[in-house]
Design a protein. Structure first.
Length: 263
């Protein structure tokens, strides 16, 4: 929720974040300072908490800050709204508080907006269920021996669907390699299960993947973020490893259930 700067009730008396607030904010940044990238939790140190809750728009702005930040976008209903808070390491918090410029504020604002978007995406994806048949395919994929891998038939052509849908060259190459190596194996696994179960598990799962993709797209995530979120969603549902999740999502990219043709 964005507040108009002319609303002079935005800045309120400071309130102390609750333990639940801290947990949400720490989870939001994956326990990593979003500015410098250091861990916000030290399991070895006596003081395990190494993060502070920073105000994005200052709680008690100075006259200079009011002038510097005149007319900027602000998040939340007031300065003590959790949307105006972000978890930072103490060094970055101090640096931000005492060297705040409009440019630095806008960077922090965009960082928070991105975190909010990704958090909402994770919440929506967590509500999506996947057919149990996919878990069986993951098991078969993980149980492949070296000789099995050598006997898997690769695609005899380039993964054209991927190259037509992914503009990021590194991501495109990574997905394409997984498609070429594993597409036919995954497709065969679906066909085997459909013969035994007498139902199209591929179509059911593809529908879930497509919906999950559009959830990510609607949140404004870029290509890399979408791929990462889809993989993490798969991992949370089936408890598979990251490599297997990437192979499965790559399959559905080639299968035209994730991403769209570039304009």
């Amino acid at each position: 929720m964005c507040m108009d700067f002319m609303d002079d009730t935005y800045c309120m008396d400071r309130r102390t974040p609750t333990k639940y607030d801290e947990l949400l904010l720490l989870e939001e940044v994956d326990s990593i300072c979003p500015v410098c990238g250091i861990s916000l939790i030290n399991k070895q140190a006596k003081k395990k908490k190494q993060f502070e809750i920073a105000h994005i728009y200052p709680n008690s702005p100075t006259k200079e800050e009011v002038k510097e930040l005149m007319g900027v976008e602000r998040l939340g209903s007031n300065s003590e709204d959790i949307q105006n808070w972000i978890a930072l390491c103490s060094k970055c918090h101090t640096e931000y508080d005492f060297h705040k410029t409009k440019n630095e504020y806008l960077k922090m604002l965009e960082c928070k907006k991105k975190l909010l978007s990704e958090s909402d995406t994770k919440r929506q994806l967590s509500e999506k269920n996947i057919e149990s048949e996919l878990a069986n395919i993951i098991v078969n994929l993980c149980n492949l021996s070296q000789s099995d891998l050598e006997n898997i038939s690769p695609l005899s052509y380039d993964a054209l669907c991927v190259s037509e849908k992914i503009s990021n060259p590194l991501l495109c190459r990574d997905i394409s390699s997984k498609v070429v190596d594993y597409y036919l194996f995954i497709k065969e696994q679906f066909e085997i299960q459909e013969l035994s179960n007498k139902k199209s598990s591929l179509e059911l799962i593809a529908a879930n993947i497509k919906h999950a993709y559009y959830v990510c797209k609607t949140e404004g995530l870029d290509e890399n973020q979408i791929f990462s979120n889809l993989c993490n969603w798969l991992i949370s549902k089936i408890h598979c490893d990251n490599t297997s999740a990437q192979i499965i999502i790559a399959f559905f990219v080639q299968n035209c259930d994730a991403y769209e043709k570039l304009s």
